[in-house]
Write a new protein. Structure first.
Length: 67
């Protein structure tokens, strides 16, 4: 998780906004908030490139379920 995404996620988590994070990994501090849901996406062959499609697909699935 890069700094900008972490900063936004931390801010929203502290505001008690329901937050669904779709990622390969998430900072453990964010998982302590009860309003944060983490949807883990595997990273095939430890490759961000190969995992990008899986992450996008999961993001759409989670997004459609939320709205």
């Amino acid at each position: 998780m890069d700094r900008a995404n972490y900063a936004l996620a931390a801010y929203l988590a502290k505001q008690s906004v329901p937050l669904d994070l779709v990622a390969h990994r998430v900072a453990s501090e964010l998982l302590t908030f009860p309003n944060v849901s983490f949807h883990h996406v595997r990273k095939p062959a430890n490759s961000y490139l190969l995992g990008a499609r899986l992450r996008a697909d999961m993001g759409r699935k989670v997004g459609n379920a939320v709205t």
